[in-house]
Design a protein around this ligand. Structure first.
Ligand SMILES: *Cc1c(COP(=O)(O)O)cnc(C)c1O
Length: 451
């Protein structure tokens, strides 16, 4: 085993040739070699969905150690929305690394943290007085949002929804719905978490008002508003299958929370930052959450997350009650400021809407020919097709797996999602060009036609 530190020598970013190019079967020999080392060094619980050794990425491609260039329809799960190795992010992080890399914000303050807080207070829905605290991961943001809501209300219960995904820490596993692979064997889970039905138009056929009534009745009868600290919801569910609730569902839940002094928390970890064709998904229906959690797209790939909420709610915890050694790390904050600048000034919200048109048109056209595409849904650059048995309507996860495998073998990274594992999701970086996007989609649909 070599102990030599290997520094990457390949430059990524938008300057990479924007092409699908396979020079070996994938995974190629160098990728296979890395995956063998991974198997010997990393626990098998840490899975790898796309078995390649990445050496560079940017624009709409990911390049592996064998020289293959794959079209990226996943953005590392909606993270590299501004594009991988975005030049502004690279410059900001490089400059910050040369200045200082860490103080621990709760020991000694610095500008970047406060500037990110100011930006999020300005950009998140609503023009009320806000405060933002920074953390490292989406799960950590959700945990802290729950801490704040409990501290503010003096209540304990947290209401979550079917198909929800909120992270992998112990509290967030309690909040997450899906057993395999996330929860199985990892209990006991945190108490005072109550799950109610989600609005899932393709599967429940209910209007937003009907679905909200069903959920609210269950909260009132089984939990009680007087015991409920927070209702926590993804405005469009991510891992749960890109479930877009019926119109009116989110506003009705938010209105009920407001009327009952329950903190309404929108988990925008996946939907935030232009991803859905608005800066935040709550904006589509004019919903103003009391607290918004963000992460994934926030910092161009660096680990950062945030909890932004009404000042009077956010200020409830005692001094020292919120924080963390690395929370709001200066490199991550510098990256976030560069990424936020790109979201605001490079037309990325509009770009997400243009991507929506291209992808939805292609998927709907394919759906007319292929009854296995049960549903096509999503917003912006967060889009999906749900694959089913055309006769029974039952989810078809095996077909979904074959489609994604075909895509990979033909140079396209596409991801699955869904409680039933039968959703192909499209989360391209907003920096992908139209030709590459269409080519990538074409390969996925070809995979479906042949599967
Ligand atoms: C990914 C995700 C999380 C967890 O974020 P991590 O950074 O993986 O901890 C939480 N909520 C939603 C909606 C997510 O998509």
């Amino acid at each position: 085993m070599s102990s030599t530190v290997v520094h990457p020598t390949t430059t990524g970013g938008p300057g990479l040739p924007q092409e699908r190019r396979l020079v070996t079967p994938v995974p190629g020999p160098r990728s296979t070699e890395l995956l063998a080392r991974k198997a010997a060094a990393v626990p098998s619980g840490v899975g790898v969905a796309v078995p390649i050794a990445v050496v560079a990425a940017g624009g709409g491609v990911v390049v592996d150690a064998d020289g293959n260039s794959l079209i990226d329809l996943g953005s590392g799960i909606a993270v590299t929305s501004v594009g991988n190795a975005h030049p502004g992010v690279v410059a900001a992080v490089t400059a910050q690394a040369a200045a200082f890399t860490h103080t621990c914000f709760t020991i000694a303050a610095y500008d970047g943290y406060v500037a990110v807080a100011e930006a999020l207070n300005r950009l998140t829905p609503g023009d009320h007085d806000k405060r933002t605290a920074l953390f490292n991961s989406g799960a950590e943001a959700v945990e802290n949002a729950v801490k704040v809501a409990r501290s503010h209300t003096g209540r304990q219960a947290v209401v979550v929804f079917d198909h929800a995904y909120h992270g992998r820490t112990n509290l967030t596993l309690a909040l997450t719905a899906k057993n395999q692979p996330y929860k199985s064997g990892f209990g006991p889970f945190a108490p005072e978490v109550y799950r109610v039905p989600m609005s899932y138009p393709f599967r429940d056929g209910l209007s937003g008002a009907e679905a909200a009534k069903r959920a609210i009745t269950q909260i009132e009868k089984q939990v009680g508003a007087e015991n409920t600290a927070a209702v926590l919801i993804e405005p469009i569910q991510g891992e749960g299958g890109f479930v877009v609730p019926a119109p009116g569902f989110l506003p009705a839940i938010a209105a009920w929370a407001r009327a009952n002094d329950v903190v309404f928390i929108a988990d925008e970890v996946q939907t935030g930052f232009a991803r859905t064709g608005a800066m935040f998904a709550s904006d589509h229906e004019g919903v103003v959450p009391d607290i918004v959690t963000t992460a994934k797209g926030i910092a161009g790939g660096l680990p950062l997350s945030a909890v932004t909420g009404r000042a009077e709610i956010m200020d409830a915890p005692q001094v020292g009650g919120l924080g963390g050694t690395y929370a709001g790390n200066p490199l991550a904050c510098a990256a976030a400021l560069a990424a936020i600048d790109a979201f605001e000034h490079d037309g990325l919200v509009e770009r997400a809407r243009a991507i929506e048109t291209i992808v939805l048109d292609a998927l709907r056209l394919a759906q007319q020919e292929d009854p296995r595409i049960g549903d096509v849904r999503g917003r912006g650059a967060m889009l999906a097709m749900e694959l089913v048995d055309p006769v029974t309507g039952d989810p078809d996860p095996a077909l979904t797996g074959r489609v994604v495998r075909y895509a990979f073998e033909h140079g396209v990274i596409a991801l699955t999602a869904g409680t039933y594992g039968n959703v192909v999701r499209f989360l391209p970086p907003l920096s992908i060009d139209d030709a590459l996007l269409s080519e990538g989609l074409g390969v996925v649909l070809e995979g479906l036609a042949l599967a």
